[in-house]
Design a protein around this ligand. Structure first.
Ligand SMILES: *[C@@H]1O[C@H](CO)[C@@H](O)[C@H](O)[C@H]1NC(C)=O
Ligand SMILES: *[C@@H]1O[C@H](CO)[C@@H](O)[C@H](O)[C@H]1NC(C)=O
Ligand SMILES: *[C@@H]1O[C@H](CO)[C@@H](O)[C@H](O)[C@H]1NC(C)=O
Length: 205
């Protein structure tokens, strides 16, 4: 005749001090996430990355000619691009490739590659590029519109840049990113250019 046994694992009065392993892991994970978040925030505040700003500062045309049938275009675009990295106090850029294309409506008219370069922080770099069309066949619509523009004396084109870049912060270099620049409505005068209105570009990374 034994009374109810005391002892063993009583459930109701077990000390609550001991955390289950699962809870430990959850708390540790939360701590890691908070610390990582703080590290990112501190890095961000210290580096304050800002976008690079692109403009087209000059555009003119050499050797422009188009066949009557519109099946061949000759033209060389002399472009001056300006990459403004002055908003970045810490971030420099390696441009490992730099492609410049001139688009007219749906068609690419001319293309060239500029030499790779390094852009220091707080720097403005001018890039001269001369994409050229040599006997380029044109879509019928494009040929018609270009002839129309020729009589109007100016050619509205879009300048696009594609560059493989890496960022550099201090001694740290990032992986490659693709920088894309779109400069719409670049008006190229066919007669001798008098003035050129700077065109602001959209930059996408
Ligand atoms: C333009 O091309 C046409 C036909 O190919 C040629 O007859 C003409 O001389 C060229 N004009 C210029 C300025 O090169
Ligand atoms: C384009 O240039 C080539 C030589 O570079 C010439 O043979 C051709 O006639 C030119 N075409 C036009 C339309 O001017
Ligand atoms: C920008 O960097 C280039 C290449 O390092 C240099 O030639 C140029 O003088 C710099 N421009 C300015 C405004 O610092």
């Amino acid at each position: 005749m034994a009374g109810p046994r005391r002892g063993g694992r009583s459930t109701g009065t077990a000390p609550r001090r001991r955390l289950s392993p699962l809870r430990c892991i959850a708390i540790a994970l939360a701590a890691v996430i908070v610390v990582a978040g703080l590290a990112v925030l501190i890095f961000w505040l210290a580096v304050r990355p800002a976008p690079v700003e692109y403009t087209v500062d000059g555009a003119s045309l050499r050797g422009f000619n188009i066949t009557a049938r519109g099946d061949a275009l000759n033209a060389t675009f002399d472009l001056t691009l300006r990459a403004d990295n002055r908003r970045n106090r810490k971030v420099a850029l390696y441009y490992d490739s730099f492609e410049v294309a001139v688009w007219y409506g749906e068609q690419m008219l001319a293309f060239t590659e500029a030499a790779p370069f390094f852009q220091p922080r707080r720097n403005v770099t001018r890039i001269e590029a001369a994409p050229a069309a040599r006997e380029a066949p044109l879509l019928p619509d494009v040929a018609r519109n270009i002839k129309h523009d020729r009589s109007a004396g100016e050619l509205p084109v879009e300048v696009r840049v594609r560059a493989r870049i890496r960022f550099k912060v201090g001694v740290v270099k990032t992986r490659h990113y693709m920088l894309r620049v779109y400069c719409p409505q670049v008006i190229v005068k066919l007669s001798s250019p008098t003035s050129f209105d700077r065109v602001y570009c959209d930059v996408d990374i």
